[in-house]
Design a protein around this ligand. Structure first.
Ligand SMILES: Nc1ncnc2c1ncn2[C@@H]1O[C@H](COP(=O)(O)OP(=O)(O)O)[C@@H](O)[C@H]1O
Ligand SMILES: [Mg+2]
Length: 260
């Protein structure tokens, strides 16, 4: 199918007081329309930098980042983002926080339609009835669900998730993985998930890209078969164990702890 995201030969260095810091050095990523790629790699290797390139928040020194067939030259309204620590405005209710992107991205929706969309998403993620709460009244997992609604409210083509479940406890995280499957079935998007959790990567994604240490290049690409884990029980099958072993080995290679 048509590649929704294409990262070709991307190299990038940050300018710092002590000189250039090479961060990306030969990044190749392709995500088909409706696909879901997980990106894993050592801490500080350049994963968040990759998300900023896709979102158009910065441009690479060399190479191309294409979204929907166009070279990304600036921020795109058709991208939604969610992060590890969702920033929510405490003086707004959860519903009012969720509709924020609709106040920024041009659209013809009435106030009632915006609220209807936000309420539908709240119900989808299991937060029906919490729309009138303030962010501080929600648990970490609930705030993350609300943050997901906010990232999806304007029906983005591309959803970028930068370690969204990283700060949650294991059980809450697993609940959210299942919610993600439900959301993906109802709301079409092309996904990019940054994660440190290898089980999370194969549970949610159809492709897992392993990046090398900084400056990051695409070191390894794992295709998760259609029959890959889709229920929590599937995470304990021999097939899943084999994929996890491959990824764990690749991470050790990336960290320079073992030879390729
Ligand atoms: N704006 C910036 N200016 C200078 N260095 C940066 C900037 N943003 C990130 N870095 C550095 O670039 C490297 C990669 O950062 P990042 O993409 O956030 O890594 P990751 O998300 O994989 O942990 C890190 O060493 C980080 O300190
Ligand atoms: Mg990061």
């Amino acid at each position: 199918m048509y590649p929704m995201i294409k990262i070709e030969g991307v190299r990038h260095a940050y300018k710092t007081a002590t000189g250039p810091l090479p961060v990306l050095d030969g990044l190749e990523v392709e995500v088909k329309e409706g696909g879901f790629v997980a990106v894993v790699g050592p801490s500080g290797c350049g994963k968040s930098t990759l998300t900023k390139l896709v979102a158009g928040l910065m441009k690479p020194d060399t190479g191309r980042v294409m979204v929907h067939g166009e070279v990304v030259t600036g921020p795109r309204a058709t991208v939604g983002m969610a992060f590890q620590n969702p920033v929510m405005l405490e003086w707004r209710t959860i519903l009012e926080n969720i509709v924020l992107p609709l106040e920024i991205v041009p659209n013809k929706l009435t106030k009632a339609e915006k609220m209807e969309r936000a309420n539908y998403l709240l119900e989808l993620v299991g937060l029906a009835g919490f729309g009138n709460k303030r962010p501080s009244e929600l648990s970490g997992g609930m705030r993350q669900r609300a943050s997901l609604c906010r990232a999806l409210v304007h029906k983005p083509e591309v959803l970028i998730l930068d370690e969204p479940f990283g700060a949650l406890d294991a059980f809450t995280r697993e609940d959210l993985w299942q919610t993600m499957h439900k959301v993906k079935a109802e709301e079409p998007f092309t996904g990019v998930l940054i994660t440190h959790d290898l089980r999370e990567s194969i549970f949610l994604a159809d492709t897992v890209v392993v990046l090398s240490q900084r400056p990051a290049r695409t070191q390894y690409v794992l295709d998760v078969p259609d029959t890959g884990p889709r229920t929590l029980d599937d995470l304990y099958t021999p097939e899943t164990a084999e994929m996890l072993n491959i990824l764990r080995h690749q991470i050790e290679v990336a960290q320079g702890r073992v030879a390729a």
